[in-house]
Design a protein around this ligand. Structure first.
Ligand code: GDP
Ligand code: MG
Length: 393
């Protein structure tokens, strides 16, 4: 969460409480969280037709080729317009499938003008063989506009398979990957500054749990401005335990804000049902969906991985059971009196709120419940991934 947003919030909530308008204070905290959840993130995917753009977008969205809402793959591109693919769960995150760059007389600046360069937070330039002049021209134009771009070398599984078939005796996976990486870097280095060996990401959209897919996601996270990071983390595909961990940390970063609402609720006269007011079920159900552990997603995962027992491996009560008010009220009661010291410092600027943190139906209970639920659900996500694909690292 942005420090300037926190400061502004602090000011407005303090003023509302001093006026005695606790309802306004509550609305303000609520709006702050919803603003963060609705921050738009637009990612452009560009490259030649057939390079694997649409398949990559599906992998980023956690979708297989046959899933509902997936981008059509293996088809000749007919549109010259960018096609938006919203993330299936995080609606403010959109991946844009840009028209192919492989046309003769390609002019990078015209192309970027046409696709509205300004709209995108960053660019992914994909090639399934070597990077060519058009890719470099494009990167340079993007650089001029002070935007970031990333080079993705796609279909790595195919290179490995082909090489293994042709040279079964001398095949060495690591050597081949190093060679492909070096070839890519060499073809880019001549015309672009600052290209290092880790500037190129080798991916297979069919096996996103392998190669550089996770490192690519981690790099996006590191390089995104902080106010965009939250939605990006929520939108991560659950492809590795690292991605699950990143997503968990993203979700965790919002818990103090939900807890902040709880602290305000506890000083608003006449409000008592924390669970309903804060829609804790909405948040916890959100965790379950975000990690792909809702019934529909688990069914899909079972189908894709050919394992029919994934549901039985789940341990969290929030994954196994329907998340009802009764379940949550029971969980909150168990935590009566829990104190979250973090909220005290988070809210040190409003003494009355700091005191409310240890009220009977407290923000502490709310914090404890959310933290515990998130932890359990993320653990189940790792178990499901490991069981489905056998490689969670
Ligand atoms: N083996 C392999 N094939 C891929 C991969 N990504 C895409 N393809 C295939 O390459 C072809 C073109 O992919 P598509 O995503 O439609 O490319 P686009 O024209 O750039 O959108 C399709 O037949 C895909 O199945 C990959 O990571 N591995
Ligand atoms: Mg396509």
């Amino acid at each position: 969460m942005d420090p300037s947003t926190t400061k502004q919030l602090e000011k407005e909530v303090t003023e509302a409480i001093e006026r005695g308008d606790t309802a306004a204070a509550l609305e303000r905290v609520k709006k702050c969280l919803s603003d963060v959840e609705n921050t738009p993130l637009n990612v452009a995917i560009t490259g030649e037709s057939g390079s694997g753009k649409s398949t990559f977008i599906n992998a980023l969205r956690g979708l297989g080729d046959e899933d509902e809402g997936s981008a059509q793959t293996g088809v000749v591109e007919t549109t010259m317009e960018p096609t938006p693919y919203p993330h299936p769960k995080i609606k403010s995150v959109t991946y844009w499938d840009l028209p192919g760059t492989g046309t003769p007389n390609f002019k990078a600046s015209e192309y970027l003008n046409k696709v509205q360069l300004k709209r995108y937070d960053f660019f992914i330039i994909i090639a399934s063989e070597r990077f060519k002049e058009n890719h470099i021209l494009l990167a340079r134009e993007i650089q001029k506009m002070n935007k970031k771009f990333y080079f993705v070398r796609s279909k790595i599984d195919r290179d490995l398979r082909d090489s293994q078939e042709r040279r079964p005796k001398t095949f060495n996976e690591k050597e081949l990957l190093d060679k492909i990486r070096q070839d890519c870097v060499n073809s880019l280095k001549v015309n672009l500054n600052n290209i290092k060996s880790d500037s190129v990401f080798l991916v297979s959209s069919f096996q996103p749990e392998k190669f550089d897919f996770s490192r690519l996601l981690k790099t996006f996270e590191d390089e995104l401005p902080s106010h965009k990071r939250y939605v990006f983390l929520l939108a991560l595909p659950n492809i590795s335990s690292q991605a699950i961990q990143m997503k968990k940390q993203g979700l965790e970063s919002a818990i103090p804000w939900v807890t902040a609402q709880a602290a305000v609720v506890s000083i608003v006269p006449g409000l008592s049902n924390l669970n309903e007011i804060l829609s804790l079920s909405y948040h916890i159900r959100g965790y379950v969906e975000c990690f792909g552990l809702d019934k529909k997603s688990l069914n899909n995962l079972e189908e894709r991985s050919g394992r029919s027992d994934l549901k039985h491996l789940m341990k969290s009560t929030f994954v196994i059971n329907e998340i009802t008010s009764d379940l949550l009220n029971g969980e909150l009661k168990k935590r009566t009196g829990a104190v979250y010291m973090g909220v005290k410092s988070f809210f040190s600027w409003v003494p009355v709120l700091s005191a409310a943190v240890s009220a009977p139906l407290s923000a502490g209970a709310c914090y404890d419940l959310l933290y515990y639920a998130l932890d359990e659900i993320a653990e189940d996500a790792k178990v499901a991934l490991e069981a489905a694909f056998g490689c969670s690292e």
